[in-house]
Design a protein around this ligand. Structure first.
Ligand code: SAH
Length: 220
């Protein structure tokens, strides 16, 4: 679990780069400066951990591009002790950034190998979200409502159950669109029945898939 001066130096440069790309929330930049992204990727990929790019992880998934993590986190307007739901734990990097900002986090992943990786790594770094192995389309009805919801995979439409689990006054950030690219939707719940929506530009995510990854296996 080494975080050397070299790692810290590379990370600071990356954070400066993200600031120059237009991220202005210092709390987000500060959290990203504190989370050692290289520990979320295979050791041999250190050279890639601090470039502003998405990168392949296990199970054909990706660790999101740092700029994208910064953009989604900034759009959420995280306050300490916000109750946050993340759909798509993946490497756990975005989860760590949210915990670093003081969120009370609930995170769901449908790929068993990624779920297992993140729930072991994050506590070692001092982050204690609640991990769920399941289908993020359903959200976590018994744990809601959530002040913030972040979806880190591209959805064809906004899952209705997630909208229902958003607290009044809460915000959801979700990339919506076809496979090639998605539009980042920032949705605010104004009342029991009224939601408003802003577009935050185009991004590319792996798809949000239904069900569990091992549901059809004959030999679990
Ligand atoms: N937040 C992650 C990004 C991972 S990519 C990170 O920081 O690394 C998106 C993740 O969403 C993948 O791990 C994928 O397996 C997961 N995913 C896709 N569909 C899902 C669903 N229906 N429920 C839960 N997770 C899902």
């Amino acid at each position: 679990m080494e975080d050397s001066f070299k790692h810290k130096g590379l990370r600071k440069k990356l954070v400066d780069e993200i600031r120059n790309k237009g991220i202005h929330d210092e709390a987000v930049l500060n959290a990203m400066n504190n989370v050692p992204r290289h520990l979320f990727m295979d050791n041999s990929f250190l050279g890639f951990a601090y470039v502003d790019k998405a990168f392949p992880i296990a199970a054909g998934q990706t660790i999101s591009q740092p700029y994208t993590v910064a953009f989604q986190t900034q759009a959420l307007q995280i306050k300490k002790l916000d109750k946050v739901l993340e759909v798509g734990t993946g490497s756990g990097y975005q989860a760590a950034v949210l915990c670093e900002m003081g969120a009370i986090l609930f995170t769901i992943e449908r790929q068993r190998s990624l779920f297992d990786f993140a729930r072991i790594l994050l506590p070692k770094l001092g982050y204690y979200p609640q991990f769920f192995y399941g289908d993020g389309y359903q959200g976590l009805p018994t744990y809601g409502p959530f002040d913030k919801i972040i979806v880190t995979a591209g959805a064809e439409t906004v899952p209705p159950l997630l909208k229902e689990q958003l607290a009044i006054g809460g915000r959801m950030v979700i990339p919506v669109g076809e496979r090639q690219f998605q539009v980042m939707k920032i949705i605010t719940r104004n009342s029991e029945v009224e939601y408003s929506e802003e577009d935050g530009g185009n991004f590319v995510f792996v798809p949000l898939l239904p069900g569990l990854s091992d549901q059809n296996r004959t030999n679990p």
